[in-house]
Each structure stands twice: as C-alpha cells, then as structure tokens.
Design a protein around this ligand. Structure first.
Ligand code: ZN
Length: 454
C-alpha cells in the first residue's frame, strides 16, 4: 500500500489521505482546510491525483474538516461511492448543504465589497452541488467488513460525535492500517466511549489535544459558576458551539443544572442554529449511537427554545429589559454563522460572558478571543472586547493526550509505525514524543503531501 498525506498535517483541518493498493485508490476523509489563509488556499489547489481516478471515499465523521471537501472533489470529477455510518450520512445531509450556502454567501460578500482579487469571486461549491453530492453517500454498518478490490475495511465507534468512526483497512497480504479519525472521550455524558482497537500494522492518529490534559473538574460545576456569575451581573451568556457535538453536550449539562435547581429556571436558554437544532433531533433517530436513554434524550433536547428563522435570531439581540439569557449558537470557532451577530451585540458589555467551549484553531476569531485580544473584527467593524471571555476545554469532544495514550496502550502488539496528524505543530510533535517515550513505538509527524510505502 502507498499512503499520501493530503491534509491534517501541521493543522487540525483538511483531513484527507490517499491510500493506493493493487490498482485501487481510496481516499480516507475528504475535509476542508479552515483557519489561516495559506491553509484555505489549499482548498483551491489541484490535488496530486485526478479525482476521477479515485475509486471510493471512506468517511470517519461528519465534521466539516473531515467531509467538507467532498462536493468539490465531485465537482472535479470524483464519481465513486462514499462509505460512512448511517448517522454520518444523516449529518452530512445537514452540514454539507449549509457549507455550500456559506461558500455562496462568502463569494457574494466578497463581490459586493470587492474583497477578492478574483473577479468574480466564486464559491468552492454551491448549496445545490452539496445536495447533489449527498447521492453518493453509502451508509454502512459498524463492525462489518466491506471490500474494495483486495482491500477490506471496517468502521468502529470512535465516540466524538454522532456516527463517528475509526476505520481499519487491510490489504490482500494482511497488512493493515487504522485511521483514528477524531477520538472521543472515555467519559462523555452524551457519546459512548471509543471502541477498543487491538491490532494494526500502521496507525494514523489525531493529536488535537496532543500537548494538553483536560481539566478533570466536573464541567457542570464550571458551567454553574459561569451562569450564576453572569446572571448576577444581569449579563447574557453567549456560547459559540459546534452545531454537531458540543451543542448537544452543552444542552445535556444545562438540563442537569436546571433539574438539580443549580441555575434559576427563569433564565431562558436558546439554541440559535438551525443546523444544531436538526443535529439535536438526529439523536432520536440514532439511539444506539449515544448513551442517552429515550426519556433523558427528550428532556435534553427540550431544555432550550429553538430559534430557526433569522427574525427569531435577531430578536435575541433585542434585549431592552436586560434580562439574563443563554444563547448557544454556531459556529464553534466564531468563524461565521449567527453567533457573529450575537457577539457583535453582546461583546462590548462587561456584564456579558463569552464561553469558548471547544477547540479554537489558530487564527480563528475564537482563538483571538481566547488569547485575550482587546478588539475583534466582525463583519468589517472593530468591536472592543469588554465581555468576560472564558475557556472551558473540559467540554471537549476530543480525547486529551493521556486518553489517546490509554487508547493506544490497549493495542495487543506495537504497530510498525504511528503517523501523528490532525494537530497544530506543537501538539503533534508533543504526542509523537510521548508515543515514543511511553509506549516505545516508532512514531512520526508527516508533512503535507508526504508519501509512505507501507
Ligand atoms: Zn471532529
């Protein structure tokens, strides 16, 4: 087998790997580059392989940095099936059209304000093209082996978000490689723990939190403290959240806090993201993919008031009587979406709190806020940051380095090599060192477009 790293090297975005074996070419994940401009430009660069010659895509999960390039690959000639779990297929149905819509809006804005040197600026793909792309999705079962040529592959549950999988692929000679995708946490309130893999000759492992440990404190205590303090000031709590994954975990904790009367019932909670609302409703459809029993699932999903329309969303910023409220809205790194309107409205008032609940990729607005920048640009305006900025990694959907090492530690035999990907450079290098020191395995941090014979 030959493996080429087409993304997620030195960055958490753009996950994309090409595996070639006996005349077959498969792509594992097909993610969008996000964040810094030099990364985003890669979404426009030609791939080193003609998309028409790729036989299939295997998808670990439905986050944009793993699936968001699919419509573009299809636009460039890819015609094959896209294998993924049933929940991943459902989530792609929400996430990809939304991504196409955002691409179109961004291009329209760029044309209106003449931001782009390209005339006219074009979307990477349109909402309609994203909808067309969904037809190539091929839902498959967890734990069952499927074949492409002499390759066989199996999905196993990775926790993380609904439908997330790690994928083990074996060639005709019995050589195997395992792609971790994004690994969830052993004790997440909503998601099941990652399944345990036992054997692979090669492992491609994520390192989002490769240099960090999550706070072990109960997230509900942090959340309770933040909400109580903000409400006492008469302030509003804004939570930029990944529509799929973190939004649901936050709803779970808010339900818990209300039920245990640890926060006043009177504080209204809004989930202001049509995509997050749809994703939350998918919990009911995929009961075996998460931990919540039916009644609890219903209770968690109904803790917030859902605002679907733009008018409803705008009304949330119309807070004349200064009543405390909680607004959960996407995007999670404040790179776009409705949360920007709320930030613009609430960030200049010291009574309010902005809670950053997920990973903030370098260069994103969320990252700038986390670093304590005093001014932030939103929709072309510089907004002074007066609100409290709080970071809470304990709500993360990613395993930290000790949880990743634990998961790796359960393999029955050392692999020949581990490739550490999907991390900012410091995280990837740090995890690589720990794998060598603690497990005594051969590990490396691959670079963009690097090729390996397996
Ligand atoms: Zn993910």
């Amino acid at each position: 087998m030959k493996l080429t790293f087409l993304g997620a090297t030195g960055t958490v975005t753009g996950s994309k790997y090409l595996l070639e074996s006996s005349g077959k070419r498969i792509m594992i994940d097909c993610g969008l580059f996000q964040g810094k401009k030099e990364l985003r430009l890669r979404n426009w660069a030609e791939l080193p392989v003609d998309p028409a010659l790729i036989d299939a895509i295997l998808l670990t999960h439905a986050h944009l940095d793993h699936c968001g390039y699919i419509p573009r690959l299809i636009k460039n000639g890819f015609k094959g099936p896209i294998y993924c779990s049933a929940a991943t297929a459902d989530l792609c149905g929400i996430i990809l059209p939304d991504s196409g819509h955002i691409q179109e809006e961004d291009a329209a804005q760029a044309n209106k304000h003449e931001w782009s040197k390209h005339k006219p600026a074009l979307p990477l793909y349109t909402e309609q093209e994203a909808r067309e792309a969904l037809k190539q999705l091929m839902p498959i079962k967890f734990g069952k082996a499927y074949g492409i040529g002499d390759l066989s592959f199996t999905l196993s549950r990775a926790g993380h978000i609904l439908g997330a999988a790690f994928i083990r692929i074996e060639d005709g000679d019995g050589t195997s490689i395992l792609f971790s995708g994004d690994l969830g946490r052993p004790r997440d309130p909503v998601m099941k723990p990652p399944a345990q893999a036992q054997k692979a000759d090669y492992i491609v492992v994520e390192s989002t939190y490769g240099d960090r440990l999550h706070n072990t404190e109960d997230p509900s205590e942090d959340l309770e403290r933040i909400i109580t303090k903000t409400a006492a000031r008469g302030g509003t709590l804004i939570i930029p959240a990944f529509a799929v994954g973190r939004a649901q975990a936050i709803l779970y904790y808010l339900h818990l806090l209300r039920q245990e009367e640890r926060i006043p019932d009177a504080i209204p909670i809004y989930l202001d993201s049509p995509m997050a609302i749809d994703a939350t409703e998918l919990l009911h459809r995929h009961m075996s993919d998460h931990r919540l029993p039916k009644d609890l699932c219903r209770a968690v999903c109904s803790v917030a008031e859902y605002t679907r329309t733009v008018e409803e969303s705008k009304r949330l910023d119309d807070n004349h009587n200064n009543m405390p409220r909680i607004i959960i809205s996407a995007s999670g790194m404040a790179t776009g979406g409705r949360v920007l309107h709320h930030l613009k409205h609430y960030i200049g008032d010291a009574r309010n709190t902005i809670l950053l609940a997920g990973f903030q990729a370098e260069g994103t607005r969320g990252d700038r806020l986390a670093r304590g920048e005093k001014e932030i640009k939103i929709h072309g305006y510089m907004c002074p940051v007066k609100a409290q900025i709080v970071r809470m990694d304990s709500l993360s959907a990613h395993a930290d380095y000790s949880e990743i090492l634990d998961w790796l530690g359960h393999f029955r035999a050392p692999p020949r090599k581990v490739f550490v990907v999907h991390g900012e450079p410091d995280s990837a290098i740090s995890l690589c060192g720990k794998i060598e020191d603690k497990l005594g395995w051969n590990a490396t941090v691959p670079t963009y477009l690097q090729q390996e014979e397996l």
